[in-house]
Design a protein around this ligand. Structure first.
Ligand code: ADP
Ligand code: MG
Length: 469
């Protein structure tokens, strides 16, 4: 990351950032925001004008549209001048961190440089996501071994592609980026491209708009490794899937490594064509599951290394014991304990104190385990004045489709049940459930009535929409 030239604004920004992150409840939002925050390359401030520079134009846009106001309030809270104005800008001078720009000026280096400099929105790798920082446990040991296999022999057929799937916040992105970081360390000449499926699609759409398909194609076919995160967000778009399919084949034929992650197994990807799915399954598919107590504790120990003041063992044990579902939620709890310790380093962290401090996390966790699919179906049916049996039926009138899909959405986002169980309790296939969930997600953006119905139903369970995964 490029150093800020202005230390004071950097400190102010760091403080504002941690205040903001500590206010986020939804794991999904936290992940998204952190991803974009990692693209900030520098901050500067002069004459009360605070400028945030990002490594790509997309991130500047995203942060500006969604977060200007929030960041402004946090800068206020962090001690910034209340008249501060805020601007987000794409820093065109920055070398993109995940694009390998070799230091030696060998002919090889310059060709690699040429190849990589053509990228416009390759996303940076988080340097903290390394194998060293990844804690091994029974829930992830196969996926970890496969990732290490890729590092030992990138492009080798048994591991190509590598497809890692599992629930949110269980370490998929971490593991994928660890492959990238390690390979880059071992071989700085390797042209590595990491991006989310969403960004990939955006790139494609832009290329289409600007009649630059040829260069888009060439760009992706000349790299050494392609890592696509969250492929469940690949939309059903015949043209793009065709392009992806061809890119995929070209890379594979050239023995270039492909790594993908998703929250479901390839066969359960909702809108992906059959032939792509069979390609995804053609290498190695590994699942990451929820970690057990020992692994959770080991992860917390790792994450708390270097925190000052130190977090006592009993607090780590308390978190590992009470937050079981998501590593990311554990990290949130740890951060909260950290802030508390920093404010009062001498206070003793008794279990009672911890239970009060972490009550929101613990409450959420308890509710998660309590919520059953039947309960969700009954509550939704009541709200929409239909019968549960109608929700479970095959009838496709809109007055049934909406409550059916809404119930699926709630089950998927707010219960601890896996896709398999949800599908079976709705008497539907996996892909019907995923399609339903996606449909509700889309509708929630535009349909205020649906949103308020959902909020009302969630309130009955003691939830808000922002609590979702
Ligand atoms: P996913 O992509 O599966 O949603 P992430 O890779 O973003 O999850 O992981 C969420 C957080 O949990 C990250 O901060 C990551 O470092 C941490 N994490 C998950 N699993 C592990 C693990 N086994 N060891 C260390 N950290 C982990
Ligand atoms: Mg991820």
């Amino acid at each position: 990351m490029k150093e800020s030239i202005d230390i004071d604004s950097k400190m102010l920004w760091e403080r504002a950032k941690s205040i903001y992150l500590s206010t986020l409840q939804s794991e999904q939002e936290k992940e998204q925001v952190e991803r974009y925050l990692s693209m900030i390359t520098a901050v500067t401030c002069s004459d009360n004008h605070f400028v945030i520079l990002t490594s790509n134009a997309y991130a500047a846009d995203f942060l500006k549209t969604g977060y200007s106001g929030k960041f402004k309030s946090c800068l206020d809270l962090a001690g910034g001048d209340s008249n501060l104005t805020l601007e987000f800008m794409y820093d065109e001078t920055v070398k993109r961190p995940s694009i390998v720009i070799p230091s030696r000026s060998s002919p090889m280096a310059s060709s690699s440089q040429r190849r990589m400099s053509a990228f416009s929105s390759t996303m940076p790798l988080n340097e903290e996501y390394t194998f060293d920082e990844f804690v091994r446990g029974p829930s992830n040991s196969w996926a970890l071994a496969a990732a290490q296999g890729v590092v030992a022999n990138p492009g080798k057929s048994g591991y190509n592609p590598l497809f890692i799937h599992g629930g949110t916040g269980l370490g998929k992105t971490h593991l994928m980026q660890a492959i990238g970081n390690e390979l880059r360390r071992k071989n700085p000449e390797m042209a590595i491209c990491y991006l989310t499926a969403e960004t990939f699609l955006n790139e494609y759409v832009n290329a289409l708009k600007n009649s630059q398909i040829e260069s888009f194609r060439n760009r992706y076919r000349t790299i050494d490794m392609l890592m696509v995160d969250d492929v469940q967000f690949l939309q059903k778009g015949k043209q793009f899937q065709e392009e992806f399919f061809n890119t995929f084949n070209a890379l594979q034929q050239a023995h270039k490594q492909i790594v993908m992650t998703s929250d479901v197994a390839p066969k359960n990807l909702p809108s992906i064509e059959e032939r792509l799915i069979s390609r995804f399954e053609g290498g190695m598919v590994q699942e990451i599951e929820s970690p057990n107590y020992e692994t959770r504790l080991a992860i917390l120990k790792k994450k708390s290394e270097g925190m000052t003041p130190e977090i006592p063992d009993n607090a780590l044990e308390y978190i590992a014991d009470s937050i079981k579902s998501h590593v990311r939620a554990m990290e949130g709890a740890l951060r909260k304990v950290g802030i508390f310790r920093a404010m009062d380093p001498t206070a003793k962290l008794t279990n009672e104190m911890l239970s009060r401090l972490l009550s929101d996390f613990i409450e959420k966790e308890k509710n998660l385990r309590k919520l059953t699919i039947e309960e969700i179906q009954q509550t939704v049916a009541k709200k929409y004045s239909v019968e549960v049996s109608q929700i479970l039926s095959e009838e496709r009138t809109q007055s049934l489709v909406t409550p059916r899909q809404l119930a699926m959405y709630i089950a998927r986002k707010f219960s601890m049940k896996g896709l398999k169980e949800i599908a079976s309790q709705f008497k539907k296939t996996h892909s019907t459930v995923i399609h339903g969930v996606k449909n509700i997600e889309k509708m929630l953006d535009v349909d205020e009535e649906l949103k308020s119905n959902l909020e009302e139903i969630l309130a009955e369970f003691g939830y808000r929409l922002s609590d979702k995964f």
